[in-house]
Design a protein around this ligand. Structure first.
Ligand code: NAD
Length: 456
């Protein structure tokens, strides 16, 4: 029996014996995680800086503040969100009452990634714990400093039967995936998502996949400038482009393409200064493998902004490529770095046809004042979530469920949708016994059939 099996069993028994049922206990547990996040804040900041060189401001807003907000919000709403939901009862079942009971699944595995190490591991983890599940969190081996401090935070906050961090990479995940988890929540690449889903099929675990893909931003001729360019630059180059919902590429109407590029250049200059490598608001590429993959995607012949890089510092400057087409190498995979291809278009109907033929993205952004054009795109292209006249910010609206569709994932979390994602929704009907209409029982007669036909 390996360690994971023993840990799994302890969590199973803890859950089986009802220790995670009490709502107050769940709230205390996630609040305790919040307190430890505060206590360890300095070490967390140092760890994330060592892993990704994020600035203090970016780090606070996109990592810790977001998890703390989720903890506060869930704590204040959990009783309401886990209350049975009353629903109507249809005519043939009257007299009766119906409700949906929200219950935890049980042993839960959270596999996370490195680009927002605290946000993407702990936001689902606190939601799962609040929903009453014991969790094992497996953060990424590519953000080792963050993963280590996360393990300390969790073990200081809650008993390991309620939540525990397992460190490691592919061998450890492979071993964990052999265990009969009830729920698996995975954040990462589409290819590994497929492996996770295959492994989960063995035990028929419920699976949520938060994956990636190529998220487009469409810039129409009437897009308001410079605000559109400013928001695209911010969303794209946040965390050096290593954001799952960053605009992966821009589709711009050819009549405003040069104007957009001029505005992008101005915004990059204004946010990061003339030498971006000296800006403390711009991060670094996570490791050499990703650096080399990204550097190879920069086509010098199409580089209109940036293009400089340094392996020693894992630095790639904000880079804009133009004019790009769908057949260019940079358009064959999710970029996940500070390279922004710009594709000119002449007819939005062609763009929509093209987008419909591509894998459904995690996000989509349109920049236009025209409600007609906004509706045209949103009613024909499928994607996980997005914005009109902004980028990335839909993730910061806790009332919007967050997730992908098809190759960009499935399942939704954040707030109430997260609690439901980590819960079995048990449908229960409570029937009166003082009356028991005879028509549903054999022997069947023409008279019974006539009444049934009327009722149904
Ligand atoms: P990844 O799939 O390589 O790794 C994610 C996790 O899976 C890690 O914990 C890793 O240890 C594990 N893993 C990796 N290979 C494995 C294998 N063969 N078998 C079992 N486990 C394995 O992803 P990544 O490179 O860390 O992250 C980048 C991807 O994640 C991008 O595609 C990005 O869009 C996506 N992402 C999605 C979201 C979202 O919320 N939808 C958020 C962040 C990142």
């Amino acid at each position: 029996m390996n360690n994971y099996q023993a840990l799994f069993d302890r969590q199973y028994n803890y859950f089986f014996n009802g220790n995670t049922r009490d709502i107050k206990g769940r709230i205390d547990a996630i609040r305790s995680i919040g307190n430890e996040l505060n206590r360890f804040e300095k070490q967390i900041n140092e760890a994330i800086f060592l892993d990704l060189r994020k600035s203090g401001f970016e780090l606070f807003t996109t990592e810790i503040a977001s998890v703390q907000h989720e903890i506060k919000w869930i704590s204040s709403q959990l009783r309401k969100w886990t209350r049975p939901i009353k629903v109507r009862t249809n005519l043939v079942n009257l007299p009766g009452r119906s409700r949906i009971i929200i219950e935890p699944y049980g042993n839960t595995l959270i596999i996370g990634t490195w680009n927002y190490p605290f946000l993407l591991n702990l936001k689902p983890a606190v939601t799962a714990i609040a929903a009453g599940n014991p969790v094992i969190i497996k953060p990424s081996e590519h953000s080792p400093h963050s993963s280590e401090i996360m393990a300390k935070v969790i073990s200081a906050a809650i008993p390991e039967e309620r939540g525990s961090v397992v460190l490691g990479g592919i061998p450890e995940v492979t071993e964990l995936l052999r265990l009969p988890f009830e729920k698996i929540f995975f954040t990462g690449s589409t290819n590994v998502g497929k492996l996770v889903m295959k492994a989960a099929a063995e035990n028929l675990a419920s699976v949520s996949l938060e994956l990636g893909g190529k998220s487009p931003a469409i810039v129409f001729p009437d897009a308001v400038q410079p605000v559109s360019a400013r928001r695209i630059v911010w969303g794209k180059f946040l965390n050096a482009g290593q954001t799952c919902i960053a605009p992966d590429y821009i589709l711009v109407h050819e009549s405003v393409a040069q104007n957009l590029i001029d505005n992008l250049a101005l915004q990059i200059l204004s946010m990061f200064g003339p030498d971006v490598s000296k800006s403390d608001a711009f991060g670094r590429i996570v490791d050499q493998r990703h650096f080399e993959r990204l550097a190879a995607l920069i086509d010098p012949a199409k580089t209109v902004i940036g293009g400089t890089h340094s392996l020693k510092d894992l630095f790639i400057s904000p880079t804009v490529l133009y004019p790009v087409s769908f057949s260019d190498p940079v358009m064959q995979e999710e970029i996940f770095g500070p390279i922004l291809p710009v594709i000119p278009y002449s007819d939005i109907d062609d763009v929509i046809r093209q987008l419909k033929s591509l894998p459904k993205p995690l996000a989509l952004y349109v920049f236009t004042k025209s409600v007609k054009d906004q509706d045209k795109v949103f009613s024909s292209v499928s994607f996980g979530g997005g914005c009109i006249n902004d980028a990335v910010m839909h993730i910061a609206n806790p009332y919007l469920p967050f997730g992908g569709v098809g190759p960009s994932g499935n399942g939704r979390y954040h707030g109430r949708s997260g609690i439901l994602e980590f819960s079995n929704q048990k449908s229960v009907m409570n029937k009166a016994t003082w009356i028991d209409p005879f028509i549903r029982y054999p022997p069947f007669t023409a008279f019974k059939e006539k009444i049934l036909r009327k009722l149904l």
